[in-house]
Design a protein around this ligand. Sequence first.
Ligand SMILES: Nc1ncnc2c1ncn2[C@@H]1O[C@H](COP(=O)(O)OP(=O)(O)O)[C@@H](O)[C@H]1O
Ligand SMILES: [Mg+2]
Length: 273
Amino acid sequence: MDNNAHTDPSESLNQRPRIIAVANQKGGVGKTTTTINLATALAAVRKRVMVLDLDPQGNASTGLGIEQSERKINAYHVMIGEASLDEAILETAIPGLTIVSSGVDLSGAEIELIEFEDRLFRLKTAIGSHLDGYDYVLIDCPPALGLLTVNALNAADAVLVPVQCEFFALEGVSHLVRTIDRIKKAYNPDLEIQGIVLTMFDSRNNLSDAVAADVREFFGDIVYDTVIPRNVRVSEAPSHGKPVLLYDTACAGSQAYIHLASEVLKREKMLAA
Ligand SMILES: Nc1ncnc2c1ncn2[C@@H]1O[C@H](COP(=O)(O)OP(=O)(O)O)[C@@H](O)[C@H]1O
Ligand SMILES: [Mg+2]
């Protein structure tokens, strides 16, 4: 057993990681931003974390400062069976945080995967027992409910759903929750919803308040108390190849992601109990 990744031997030795898929079939709702910053906030409290960038757009890879030239072995090769997960893992500039990057080939993977009999479980199989020594794997899903997202949901222990505070948010998330239920029934009975996080909340906009109230009324306790505010520093950070937590630790967006991480950890304790 390889224990090199352990920094604190008193913590969770040799336990398999918890795998959390960050999913919503809508684009632009904050999946990637949440993946990057939650991962960074977890690494900051000495969790060993991996981001798995499963979106062909590769925004999580870019946002964590991974150059195109570093992405030669990426999630595509893992999904298609041309590389093992270990071969695809890259270090980031953040201690305790690694990444499996995305590649443009991933956009064709949905079609290439069709020929595999185990196409719904490619990722689960690839992860296998390769990630002992990690506490959390966060999968940044593409904005669709296709084969890549289904692979993420089948490999995951839990789903975290970012919901943008805008019109039609409730319909989108209801559709996703039905899909999660179907996946649970058909393939992955242990899949749980870690929680729903309201993103890009704008206190000057009445619609934000209304949407937040609706989502809370409908989904109750699974909605985190933490709300991620719309914050320009959050949107600037990716162009610097940094999580906002490093770009501007004090800004409201960073502080919100720190709170979200502590809520996620609290729920993890409850889910494990
Ligand atoms: N809290 C926020 N405040 C301001 N801009 C944000 C916030 N969260 C995300 N964004 C911006 O909104 C856009 C979409 O976010 P992103 O995380 O890429 O969504 P998704 O991965 O769901 O497509 C990006 O340009 C991102 O920088
Ligand atoms: Mg994204």
